[in-house]
Design a protein around this ligand. Structure first.
Ligand code: ZN
Length: 189
């Protein structure tokens, strides 16, 4: 089922997600619905908050993005990024392992808004997968950026919080408009 994606101005985006202790049938269904929703919107990552659920759960799929490479390392060995997609991360913990670099980001909760954000170029990730099994890997490039963007969502942090002040100022009219539209729609519900 395709779920409605909540936009900037919706309170769900500012909620910190609860840890998931067991993979219930409801969680499995939510994961399936989130994938359907993400693919329908041509996104490469989606956090539970974006479909109105405050949980430590995010999904990603960077296949098909050819001009922005990703790297992956499992057990100290290079691994095939495409072969590991799609990715489900539950209760993810991240550790930066490289210097920060700038890169363009968008967000399904901020249609048509893009900005350069500075983030560590590579990270180590510890999480549970969709079966509740622990996964550990290191990644870089687009995948590392996308995972950090999603991890922020799980804490109620949005990419506008990480924009350079000047960018944020330039985008403020668009952000105000989006926020007002979301709040008006919520009131009308
Ligand atoms: Zn986002």
């Amino acid at each position: 089922m395709i779920l409605p994606i909540v936009k900037y101005g919706h309170p769900a985006l500012r909620q910190r997600g609860a840890r998931i202790e067991t993979i219930t049938p409801q969680i499995t269904q939510l994961i399936a619905d989130m994938f359907e929703t993400m693919y329908d919107s041509h996104g490469l990552g989606l956090a539970a908050q974006q479909v109105g659920q405050s949980l430590q759960l995010t999904i990603l799929d960077v296949r098909g993005v050819k001009n922005r490479p990703s790297t992956l390392e499992v057990n100290g060995q290079p691994a095939d990024v495409e072969g590991r997609m799609p990715l489900v991360l539950i209760n993810p913990e991240l550790e930066p392992i490289a210097e920060s670099v700038e890169g363009t980001e968008g967000c399904l909760s901020f249609p048509e808004i893009f900005a350069d954000i500075s983030r560590p170029e590579a990270i180590e990730v510890r999480a549970l997968n969709e079966q509740g099994q622990p996964v550990v890997f290191r990644c870089g490039g687009l995948l590392a950026r996308a995972i950090q963007h999603e991890k922020d969502h799980l804490q109620g942090i949005l990419f506008i919080d990480r924009m350079p002040k000047e960018t944020r100022r330039e985008l403020q009219p668009q952000l105000d408009e989006l926020q007002a539209a979301t709040k008006a729609a919520l009131k009308a519900e």
